[in-house]
Design a protein around this ligand. Structure first.
Ligand code: G4P
Length: 284
């Protein structure tokens, strides 16, 4: 799924977030485990000031587990409750449940001190498009999800999913916008197929991916395509075109086709579990 953002989209998303965030105590922020910083929204810290905060490293099945462990620590050190999850398979949900209870306990203790008893803790899932918010909510809340929004006669309003006795989850996720003004972020979102950057074409994205893989995951390209991966990226791309028989009329190498091929293979994990950024990259 591709998305493009215009100022209008962003203003609307921000307004919705501001409205919904008033109702909740806990923000469950989803990020993509392959790019846990580039897929994180920059303004949420300000929007969610004074709320309990949780980071879900989603699509953990697609990332390099040793790098995901670094991110887990990175966000824990920043004071977040952190869990790694595969929402498609439902793995990690038990841990999420435990962490929500922990996060809520803090809120309940605070309430009790102020004389407020038995008020349910309310949570909301938020994240940029395509990080897996809907998949997560379905997987986490499962059959409890009730959709009543479009039925005639049903009052339009917020739907809350009861997670347990004391916790309710807003059934519609908060939509956040990416840091698309940052080129590196844009490129990484393009690698995972979450942004269509009109300034970059597939070949340019593929060349950048080749450059990254050759230096950070040596052996991946040569292993998959049987080519010499240390050459200049354009030559590597030609090598892949040759190895995979990507040809134009007249038997000329079709590097455009090879670019699409390598991006598809990366996104469908045929190149393995790969993380595109590490905490020490210092992307701030
Ligand atoms: P969103 O609400 O944040 O926009 O994201 P959504 O749930 O629609 O998920 C976007 C894509 O990411 C979906 O794939 C979904 O299956 C996939 N996804 C979500 N969580 C995970 C995960 O933990 N691991 C993996 N591997 N994939 C995940 P899709 O191809 O767009 O749709 P579909 O073919 O699965 O229906």
């Amino acid at each position: 799924m591709h998305f493009q953002w215009y100022p209008g989209h962003m203003t609307k998303a921000r307004r919705m977030m501001q409205e919904n965030i008033k109702l909740i105590d806990l923000v469950i922020e989803l990020v993509d485990s392959r790019i846990p910083l580039s897929s994180k929204n920059p303004d949420i810290d300000q929007l969610a000031a004074n709320k309990s905060r949780m980071i879900i490293l989603n699509k953990a099945d697609m990332a390099d587990p040793s790098v995901t462990a670094l991110w887990e620590k990175y966000y824990q050190d920043k004071g977040f409750f952190v869990a790694r999850v595969n929402s498609r398979q439902g793995t990690g949900m038990k841990e999420v449940r435990k962490l929500i209870d922990k996060a809520c306990q803090e809120k309940k203790d605070r309430d009790r001190k102020r004389g407020i008893l038995n008020r349910p803790v309310r949570a909301m899932v938020a994240g940029i498009p395509n990080v897996g918010k809907s998949t997560f909510i379905n997987s986490f809340a499962g059959k409890a999800v009730t959709k009543t929004g479009n039925k005639p006669g049903v009052t339009k309003g917020k739907q809350w999913i009861k997670i347990n006795k004391g916790v309710e989850l807003l059934d519609t996720p908060g939509l956040l916008w990416p840091r698309f003004e940052d080129q590196t972020v844009g490129l990484r979102l393009a690698f995972i197929g979450s942004i269509k950057d009109e300034l970059l074409n597939n070949s340019e994205i593929a060349l950048e991916l080749i450059r990254f893989l050759a230096s950070s995951y040596p052996g991946t390209l040569s292993g998959r395509y049987g080519i010499e991966e240390t050459a200049d990226p354009p030559e590597v791309l030609e090598g892949i075109a040759g190895a995979r028989g990507c040809l134009m009329k007249g038997n000329e190498l079709d590097t455009g086709k090879a670019a699409t091929l390598i991006l598809d293979e990366f996104r469908s994990m045929r190149l393995g579990c790969i993380s595109l950024e590490k905490p020490e990259d210092n992307l701030h």
